[in-house]
Design a protein around this ligand. Structure first.
Ligand code: ZN
Length: 348
């Protein structure tokens, strides 16, 4: 009886401190070993052995039965995981043993942990563009276990993409980029859902698409799309992680006027004159640069979803790859902004 009370106290202690189940099991196993040891080493009429009750044989058999039940349960779970490769677990908000193993390096991070990983699983993220920035962003979001990832792009894979768009492959040249990206993401992590939208995002369908997602990532390569994505994100009240690259330099920020931060149009009210900001196809781009900046988009998305650290609301990070320098600048809302003026707070 005394031993059972101590065991219950240990379980209660573990639950109160939200210790991993494995730690609680180790404590219980240690208690069992101590009880067994007491019976084996102390005389039978010792006060301690009388207090804990039973005999060494009883405790040994009891422990063996519990260990067998646990092993049986683990074996069943492993068989089930093998029988349904890639199937999403039925219970939302819980993880199969295969998922726990896959996300273990996240779960041990203090800033993510089990709750953060559950938020990632419940998150719906839309990525505009499956090109240079979209490639690493999509791969890392899928690897991180973001539950549902939408990707919208109307382009097809061409050989000139492959110098930087590493989500695509030589064998998939000619395929729509969203299907090529979907294949890569599902191959990397069958536990996430990918929704490919093989079309050019328009003002008409952006509101409905944005409403279905918690967070928008813009990795598009032209100003028309960037302004349209910003306007739709502002209208939907969704945070927007937008990045851009040219030649050797990249920039990234989180635009969110609904929560006091500027929108993209606050910072860039007018598109640059033709020729001042040429597209990558004209000016060129160093292949690993979108790898760095697109991965930063995934980092900021994971932070935004899990609440870890300090995001890029009201700040822009500029990375100069040619001179290996990064700097941050503070961004302010423009009260007269044609897109978000008068919306949200006055700035925090
Ligand atoms: Zn604005």
């Amino acid at each position: 009886m005394t031993v059972l009370l101590i065991a219950a106290a240990l379980v209660g202690f573990g639950l109160a401190l939200r210790l991993p189940a494995r730690v609680v099991w180790v404590m219980l196993a240690t208690l069992w070993a101590a009880v067994l040891l007491a019976h084996l080493t102390l005389p039978g009429d010792h006060a301690l052995t009388r207090a804990i009750g039973g005999s060494a044989a009883h405790w040994f058999v009891g422990g063996a039965v519990v260990a067998l039940i646990l092993l049986y349960g683990r074996g069943l779970a492993a068989l089930r995981a093998r029988a349904r490769p890639g199937a999403l677990p039925a219970e939302t908000g819980t993880f199969s043993p295969a998922e726990l193993d896959r996300y273990a390096r996240h779960i041990v991070l203090r800033e993510v942990g089990g709750p953060g990983q559950k938020r990632l699983k419940g998150a719906r993220v839309l990525v505009v563009g499956a090109g240079g920035l979209g490639s690493p962003a999509l791969l890392y979001l899928a690897a991180a276990g973001v539950g549902r990832i939408g990707v919208v792009d109307d382009d097809t894979v061409s050989s000139s993409n492959l110098q930087r768009q590493v989500i695509h492959t030589d064998a998939r040249i000619g395929q729509p980029k969203v299907f090529s990206a979907q294949a890569a993401m599902k191959a990397l992590n069958p536990f996430v859902e990918v929704r490919p939208y093989n079309r050019r995002l328009t003002e008409g369908d952006a509101p409905a698409l944005f409403a279905e997602h918690d967070l928008i990532l813009d990795g598009s390569d032209n100003f028309d799309t960037r302004y349209m994505v910003n306007a739709a994100a502002v209208a939907a009240g969704k945070p927007l992680i937008s990045a851009a690259i040219t030649q050797w330099e990249g920039q990234i920020s989180l635009y969110d006027p609904a929560r006091g931060a500027p929108c993209y149009a606050c910072i860039f009210p007018e598109r640059p004159a033709d020729g001042l900001a040429p597209a990558c196809s004209v000016a060129g781009v160093m292949g690993a640069l979108p790898g760095v900046v697109g991965a930063m988009m995934a980092v900021e998305a994971i932070k935004e979803i899990t609440g870890a650290g300090e995001g890029l609301r009201g700040r822009m990070l500029i990375y100069d790859a040619l001179y290996a320098e990064a700097r941050g600048i503070v961004l302010k809302r423009n009260p007269g902004c044609a897109v978000c003026g008068g919306q949200g707070g006055a700035g925090r």
